[in-house]
Design a protein around this ligand. Structure first.
Ligand code: ADP
Ligand code: MG
Length: 252
């Protein structure tokens, strides 16, 4: 049975998508069967694994809104063990269209129930908001991975995320856990990053992963080639750290 993990933080640009793609690819390269689920209307995870959004007949929108079987939306990537349910811009309407629907918070959970047994990990890349799409992801998940960027305002907004998690635990998904907090984009040349690491560790304690993702230019280049870091530059520091993170997630 897959462990379902939402990659969530309502702040944009903190490394959610980079972590979804590269943690997913790393887990896959360690032999795990991984399904990525893109629920950000921007579809960056989708293009990040080389899927042309114009070419997909069905996307996550159809799963959530039109009760299309998830099996009909799963696309293979060119990496072994890695599949994706893509997102297209069509999903932008879902946040509003979900409003009056039945079981609006649990649509994704019900859809993924049909495919859970076929994977080891399902990673859901969330949009930069705490709206119904993120609520759907949290309701569908066993746990949340929270990427936190090593910058001055790192902890700002996390109280809002944590209260959303508590709300989901209370009303929709009692067993939702925090899987871990991953510090991203550390700039080793500044002292600021070190301070942020200390603050985040004080707050989240043992939930903070040992692996810290540094700023690495190869990580920022890979998406424009539609490749994970493992395919784009397997020898880069970025590839090394995401593999380390995957091992931590597995518990190796
Ligand atoms: P989010 O999904 O939270 O909005 P992204 O993963 O898209 O964030 O990252 C925001 C930007 O930062 C992207 O352009 C991405 O390529 C870049 N980026 C993310 N992580 C790193 C990193 N470790 N080093 C360098 N650039 C990064
Ligand atoms: Mg993103």
């Amino acid at each position: 049975m897959a462990r379902v993990m939402a990659i969530a933080n309502q702040k944009g640009g903190v490394g959610k998508t980079t972590t979804s793609v590269n943690l997913g690819a790393s887990l896959a390269s360690l032999g795990k069967r991984v399904l990525l689920v893109d629920i950000d209307p921007q579809g960056n995870t989708t293009s990040g694994v080389g899927i042309n959004k114009g070419d997909v007949p069905n996307c996550i929108y159809d799963v959530i809104m039109n009760e299309v079987e998830p099996h009909e939306t799963i696309v293979t990537t060119d990496q072994d063990n890695l599949w994706i349910i893509p997102a297209t811009i069509q999903l932008a309407g879902a946040e509003i269209e979900l409003g009056p629907t039945i079981a609006r918070e649990a649509r994704l959970r019900h859809a993924l129930a049909d495919v859970r047994s076929e994977y080891d990990y399902i990673l859901i890349d969330c949009p930069p908001s705490l709206g119904l799409l993120t609520i759907n992801a949290l309701t569908a998940s066993d746990s949340v991975v929270i990427p936190v960027q090593c910058e001055y305002y790192a902890l700002e907004g996390l109280t809002q995320l944590l209260s959303t998690i508590r709300y989901v635990q209370k009303y929709f998904n009692k067993s939702l856990e925090i899987q871990g907090v991953v510090l991203t984009m550390l700039d080793a040349r500044t002292n600021l990053g070190i301070q942020v690491i200390e603050d985040v560790k004080k707050y989240f304690r043992e939930k903070v992963y040992q692996t810290i993702i540094p700023r690495n230019v190869r990580l920022s280049e890979a998406p424009s080639h539609g490749k994970s870091i493992l395919q784009y530059d397997a020898k880069s520091r970025g590839a090394e750290v995401y593999l380390d993170l995957a091992k931590e997630v597995i518990g190796l």
